[in-house]
Design a binder for this molecule. Sequence first.
Ligand SMILES: [Zn+2]
Length: 170
Amino acid sequence: MSYTPKYADQIRCPNCRSHCIACGTGLAQMYDFCTKCLKLWERIPVGEHFTIDGEMMSFHLPCDNCAFRGKSAERMDPERWNELQLSLAYGAGAFYCHKGVPLDVRNAEPGGALEFEFPKKRKTVDIAGACHPYQTYDRERMRMCRGYLNKHIKPMMASSSECHAARAHD
Ligand SMILES: [Zn+2]
């Protein structure tokens, strides 16, 4: 893999906040990586922003490898697609974009899939008077997936406003 140094660019490393970012080229996906902490992540698409006013806003368009695109690897695998739909219906309730999320390269099995290191925060819960710390996803620092919003939330909003308009005419 070759790379072009990209120091002092518009974004910081999502892991250590350094500006020492290089861009990998010559691979199927465009990756940026941090020369300080050695984390790697899929590059933010051209024309989109890492954050807007400090907020992880959804992109304008679905990503090139978004799970919700027509012929995504997830859609082409019926079992995987069904599992994703079930997890949205019964558990997660939302889907987050993986662009700019560090990949856990160090703990990956050779040839195995890389895990995304979505940001987490520490919380505590009181159980029988004792304080127990635990880790949970920090959704304020995660970007909602544009493909998910287009496929799941937009139709819901449209039917809700149709119902509202129909009731207004009653
Ligand atoms: Zn870093």
